[in-house]
Design a binder for this molecule. Structure first.
Ligand code: ATP
Length: 283
């Protein structure tokens, strides 16, 4: 049985606009699954549907099973308990995940104290260990600090520590390195990969970056206009025959052809992709 098994997922905005159409996806135990696609293709909304964190007015229909348990019918309270028990979530901007007026120690220990009812001392011990695991050298001092005292890369390490501290079995990572400078990006990806692999847990990793997805993931889904249009083992992504995946591969910025990515997907090509994917030209 897969860790996560999604079928017929439809995510709809309050005005009826379809955001995700007939989504189907699975993540096996211990598997790192990439989701790639352009901005607005529905990657984050798929993640939020799994986490039960869709914005107000946005609805999900269909089936999302976690080890066979249907999530879409859970009450709010049960969904919250499920998230706390099973999921770790890492977003793009670490500053949006933390409370600027709370110390990082409070941030890291809050869910342990509130949801796991750990004593202050026990939660602090756990937080120290979690900090060391993500490469923070002086937890004693760092846990007393406030978010503004940390660089983006260091803060993302703390957010990853917080995502792992409750020992989840699935990490949902939404472009976790996009907001970081290039030198920090590789470190944070390596940290996530090492932690996920050594714990044998699953991860959904959303990215715009095809090369990163190919290098990090076991399997990759490609999304276009709310639809999952292609799926490939990561090491064979380069060989995909899907028109859109081929267009993404061609549009990759290279050293010779740097600059705005995806500029080589021309309107003409887009119309052909729409015809193939949607069956009837533009939506
Ligand atoms: N609160 C909302 N209500 C209605 N529609 C929304 C809402 N938030 C986002 N959308 C729409 O849902 C679609 C998918 O957005 P989503 O954030 O999942 O895309 P994405 O692939 O993650 O893009 P990005 O890479 O830019 O984050 C977009 O067309 C977006 O405009």
């Amino acid at each position: 049985m897969s860790l996560i098994d999604i079928s017929n997922l439809n995510v709809t905005a309050s005005d009826g606009t379809e955001i995700v159409t007939n989504g189907g996806m699975r993540i096996d135990h211990g598997e790192i699954v990439g989701v790639i696609g352009e901005s607005g293709s529905g990657k984050s909304m798929t993640l939020k549907a799994i986490a039960g964190l869709l914005p107000g007015g946005v609805r999900a229909r269909g089936s999302i099973r976690y080890e066979g348990e249907e999530l879409t019918t859970l009450s709010r309270a049960k969904y919250r308990a499920f998230r706390d028990r099973e999921l770790g979530i890492v977003y793009q901007d670490p500053r949006a995940s933390v409370n600027p007026v709370h110390t990082l120690g409070d941030f890291l220990t809050e869910s342990l104290r509130v949801n796991r009812r750990m004593s202050r001392a026990e939660a602090r011990e756990r937080a120290f260990a979690a900090c060391r695991e993500v490469g923070l050298s002086d937890p004693e001092q760092q846990l007393r600090a406030y978010p503004y005292q940390f660089s983006g890369g260091m803060l993302q390490r703390v957010v990853i520590a917080a995502a792992l501290i409750t020992e989840p079995r699935l990490i949902l990572a939404d472009e976790p390195t996009t907001a970081l400078d290039v030198t920090r990006q590789a470190e944070v990806v390596a940290l996530l990969r090492d932690q996920v692999r050594s714990r044998g847990i699953g991860m959904m990793f959303i990215t715009h970056d095809l090369e990163l997805a190919a290098a990090l993931c076991d399997r990759v889904y490609v999304m276009y206009r709310g639809r999952i249009v292609d799926e490939s083992p990561a090491e064979r992504l380069d060989e995909s025959t899907h028109l859109y995946t081929r267009a993404l591969l061609k549009a990759r910025p290279t050293l010779e052809r740097s600059g705005n990515r995806l500029t080589t997907i021309t309107e003409d090509l887009r119309m052909r992709i729409d015809e193939e994917v949607l069956g009837n030209g533009a939506r």
